[in-house]
Design a protein around this ligand. Sequence first.
Ligand code: C5P
Length: 292
Amino acid sequence: MESAVTMSTQGNELRCFAPAKLNLFLHVIGRRDDGYHLLQTAFQLLDYGDTIHINTRSDGALRRIASDFGVPEEQDLIIRAAQLLKANTGTHFGADLQLEKRLPMGGGLGGGSSDAASTLIGLNHLWQCGLNRRELMELGLQLGADVPFFIFGQNAFAEGVGEQLQALSTNKQWYVVIEPGVQVPTPLIFSAKELTRDTKPVRITDFSNRLKNNWKNDLQAVASTLFPAVKDALEWLAQYGNAMMTGSGACVFCAFDSEAVAQQVSQQVPQKWQAWIAKSLHEHPMRSLVKD
Ligand code: C5P
């Protein structure tokens, strides 16, 4: 059977995997004049995510095929990604786009950004637009701060608003991820008065060499206060290791060296929360489709 993680192509069709990400730490080190926050973070790709089915059309139309995840078409990032690529390249092609959604919205797993990135990569390939990785990443940034990372396609140390990326080698791990059942709006967390924005900058080498440091998620305290379910899930998972929130929440995770232990922990998760396990990915399954 074909793995859900891979990508498959057949003529004018492409099935694209859109992996989730975790932020292994996330520091807010400042704020730009335009209000966006300066971050340092480590992005980890997971073998769990959404799937997008693309069929090219010769009539130029862009169609969304029955999607029931509650986002109006004009806000849907896969449609916006397709429109952006079409406007920038002037291609006469169109596409039918169908999203199989597994990643929760407002979960901090980068679902919408990953969907947008896989759509850009898939359409750039099928439409033969010929944009290289750098060009696609620049387009992607217009859709969201995390989109360039997914097009970069490797686990990464990120700075700026998340768009300055350096490849990072990470350990093979199994992650237990809990969805606390709330949607956290990212702007709400970033705009909170209580958010600390002055964590001292760290170096990629300190993270790579696993130097002891206070590797934390600076958004976690604010999200936990505003969304008690996030706090509860963190406290529950902390019995088993270093539990942390990803992105601006709501999901929380804990790393394990062994799949069996991760399975055992995930089976103990209280019924009120959704939980799953995922393995770290070495790179994005669509990475080789983009030329450097
Ligand atoms: O880029 P994205 O859509 O993920 O960001 C959502 C919102 O989160 C932004 O409009 C901004 O308010 C906030 N944000 C921020 N600093 C960042 C990333 C996001 O303030 N580095």
